[in-house]
Write a protein that binds this ligand. Structure first.
Ligand SMILES: Nc1ncnc2c1ncn2[C@@H]1O[C@H](COP(=O)(O)OP(=O)(O)OP(=O)(O)O)[C@@H](O)[C@H]1O
Ligand SMILES: [Mg+2]
Length: 385
């Protein structure tokens, strides 16, 4: 359901009302909240309050509506409210959409559980079923670490996005990693016979090709989307460099697969010594600020944040376009780091995306460009005012 209208804000933009949104949210014994119940409209949500008020805790609760370890990657036991007195934490959300409603609950069934339980419409379900209801994407102040730390962080970040569009990606990654671990053990113990090692290397090469193909497909879709709109954001462009990428233009897939298996075989001695794979899947994952062709590592902190935000927005746009797993966007303290032009650009983007976005900040004035296009919730002493 898309409606063209103008919001009563200092930035007038076409408003695309979300056709999928969180209508009710309840937290029990979740960090600073013993109990919290929110009833919401489809508009995006702005949470303001002083430091320690409990803004990020709400976003973290929402992040558990997607698979994985949540926005803080916290130990599940740390999430339990310090006042829980042997009660277990839970997050419950009711999603509204054109075809009706869906209810998702997650939390610990008993306080000392090591795994969280998920229920979709009152039935226990695996975490991997959560994307059938929604995909939750987030950006936190820590995100620029992604660009300044090792390649593994970037790869995991991109693979998570690829998997949200193509769920089979996760299985390919698991199978690759399983074969990789098994090969490493055999090489370390010096007991693998040639047939066994060769079959694992063949498997790694096959899975590598499948992973490569889904990653490239994702990039070919997201890069133009990141480049399309004329906003104050730097236009992010992402590219991969690695064994397969270096050969993709000149060789047939099957030949690359064979070459990869052969190279793995040739590198057994080195890999046994280092405990790693010399020809890893990806050597470099580059994120550029387009136009300047400036690599992300050479951007200022503000530029890096804007670049990653641009990329995350492009990803949400891609999900909206593909009508995949209706997304919810969480932006923790993001607005505070943007200059005025970029704040207004973000406002236009959020209001026209047609996605319920949850944003936090200490300063309500930073959200002035959103006008009444968003719903404001002020948190004080762990309660919504
Ligand atoms: N398990 C827990 N039980 C009780 N309180 C907790 C728990 N974990 C964290 N807290 C507290 O929750 C409070 C709110 O944290 P939160 O990160 O949501 O604040 P915030 O509003 O985002 O603040 P900031 O503006 O500094 O980012 C903090 O005071 C924190 O100590
Ligand atoms: Mg916070």
């Amino acid at each position: 359901m898309n409606t063209d209208a103008h919001v009563n804000a200092s930035v007038a933009v076409p408003l695309s009302a979300p056709s999928f949104w969180i209508k009710d949210l309840t937290l029990s014994y979740f960090r600073s909240y013993t109990q919290l119940s929110l009833s919401l409209s489809s508009k995006s949500v702005v949470l303001t309050g002083h430091n320690g008020a409990g803004k990020t805790n709400i976003l973290e609760a929402l992040s558990y509506l997607s698979p994985g370890r949540g926005l803080r990657q916290a130990k599940l036991g740390h999430v339990t409210s310090l006042d829980a007195e042997n009660k277990a934490w839970a997050v419950y959300a009711k999603f509204a959409h054109e075809d009706g409603e869906d209810e998702v609950g997650t939390g610990l069934a008993t306080p000392h559980d090591e795994r969280r339980t998920v229920k979709i419409n009152h039935t226990v379900a695996p975490q991997s079923d959560l994307p059938k209801i929604t995909s939750i994407f987030w950006m936190t102040p820590q995100i620029d670490q992604l660009l300044n730390e090792g390649m593994g962080h970037r790869r995991r970040f991109v693979d998570k996005l690829v998997a949200s569009l193509y769920p089979a990606h996760t299985q390919h990654l698991h199978r690759y990693e399983y074969a990789l671990r098994e090969r490493s053990h055999l090489l370390k113990d010096g007991q693998g016979d040639d047939v066994w090692l060769s079959s694992l290397e063949k498997k790694m090469a096959e899975e590598s090709m499948a992973i490569h193909s889904l990653r490239q497909s994702f990039l070919s879709q997201i890069n133009p989307l990141s480049l399309a709109p004329e906003t104050a954001f730097p236009k992010a462009s992402l590219s991969l460099e690695g064994f397969i990428e270096a050969r993709a233009n000149d060789m047939a897939s099957l030949d690359i697969e064979e070459a990869l298996a052969k190279t793995l075989r040739q590198n057994r001695v080195d890999d046994a010594r280092t405990g790693e794979v010399k020809w890893g899947l990806i050597k470099r994952l580059l994120i550029f600020a387009c136009g300047t062709q400036k690599k992300a590592e050479f951007c200022s902190t503000g530029e890096q944040k804007a670049l990653l935000l641009s990329f995350i927005l492009a990803n949400v746009r891609l999900h909206v376009r593909e009508k995949k797993n209706a997304p919810i966007l969480l932006l923790d303290e993001v607005v505070a780091h943007l200059d005025e032009g970029r704040r207004e650009a973000l406002c236009s983007e959020i209001l026209s995306l047609g996605v319920q976005s949850w944003m936090t900040g200490t300063d309500v004035d930073a959200f002035a460009p959103f006008g009444d296009g968003v719903q404001h919730l002020k948190i004080k002493n762990g309660q919504i005012e």
